[in-house]
Design a protein around this ligand. Structure first.
Ligand code: SAM
Length: 302
């Protein structure tokens, strides 16, 4: 399989973004592109389809030519089936690609029998080589799950929507990871973590990409502003207060990297390097489109 990226942010501005996913060029709304001027206004005429709709509400696609209902794109070693949903989503958030590379890097260090770098540039030998057990919550179409599985980790993939879990499994097949040790679970994230704590199951690492608002399969309400601090604390317990790594991404207005970093320190303590910063996607002309924030915790000593 090739290691190329079938993706380009061609332009953004005036509340929209123009992107190429494989052979399809799509023009979609993007609140983060408000207040920017388009760099290449002529480029937008090449869009094969355009989505109109407000964030998180059903909208409508209009087409300039007939398009396949589903198609596959490469993101490095991973493969994703894409489709145009009624909400304007496609099954992939391109800003996550750098997190997948980071997970792959953590996996390489673990496989080499080293803990994360100690900041001096040298790798610190860890006590034992073993398979890392990772929990991925709000796991969507599985990018982080696949990156962790490809890096040799055992992954428990949790998302509320059965059809989205099935979509992630198709991505695993497309990526040559159908037989990787992944437990696919359609469940409410908070309920699942509560049960794992009761059952005495523990993990080495946790990945979370929580939406601002969502539902579990039995109508359980997820509201980030209300539920995230407790969920993070429970994730701290699930990793016995010493996670090998933690990865939290967020697109909720009012939650910047500093605030989330403080929340993570409160939940799991300061035993590790915790870095928070903005995520961006770079356009063809080198400008950066803001795309949420990420907080990453890495253990520094094995
Ligand atoms: C990937 S996250 C959101 C991505 C991005 N951070 C954003 O805010 O747009 C969305 C996923 O969370 C899942 N989800 C929503 N509520 C959930 C819940 N209560 N438990 C588990 N998964 C949930 C959805 O099914 C969806 O696949």
């Amino acid at each position: 399989m090739s290691n190329s990226y079938d993706y380009q942010l061609l332009d953004f501005g005036d509340g929209r973004r123009l992107e190429r996913f494989g052979r399809l060029v799509l023009d979609r709304p993007c609140p983060a592109a408000e207040g920017f001027k388009r760099a290449d206004p002529d480029a937008w005429a090449q869009a094969d389809a355009r989505f109109e709709g407000r964030n998180e509400e059903k909208g409508e696609w209009t087409y300039r030519r007939e398009l396949p209902e589903r198609w596959t794109v490469a993101f490095g070693p991973l493969r994703f089936e894409l489709k145009r949903t009624d909400f304007g989503h496609l099954g992939l958030f391109p800003e996550q690609a750098e997190n997948w590379n980071w997970i792959a890097g953590v996996g390489r260090l673990a496989a080499a029998g080293t803990a994360a770098c100690d900041g001096t540039g040298a790798d610190v030998p860890s006590a034992a080589k073993r398979t890392m057990k990772v929990l991925n919550l709000f796991a969507y179409t599985g990018g982080s799950t696949l990156a962790a599985a490809a890096a040799g980790m055992e992954v428990t993939h949790v998302d509320a929507a059965k059809n989205v879990v099935a979509w992630a499994r198709r991505n695993a097949e497309l990526s040559g990871l159908a037989d990787a040790p992944v437990h696919w679970i359609a469940e409410d994230a908070v309920k699942f973590v509560e049960r794992e704590l009761k059952r005495g199951n523990r993990y080495d690492a946790v990945i979370l990409d929580p939406p601002s608002y969502g539902h579990g399969p039995r109508g359980e309400v997820w509201r980030l502003s209300e539920h995230l601090p407790r969920l993070l604390r429970m994730c701290g317990e699930l990793t016995s207060g010493r996670p090998e790594f933690m990865l939290l991404t967020c697109h909720t207005p009012g939650y910047d990297a500093d605030k989330l970093r403080r929340m993570m320190i409160e939940a799991v303590g300061g035993d590790g390097k915790i870095v928070g910063r903005k995520l961006t996607v770079r356009s063809a002309d080198g400008r950066k489109l803001p795309a949420g924030v990420v907080v990453r915790l890495e253990r520094t000593i094995g």
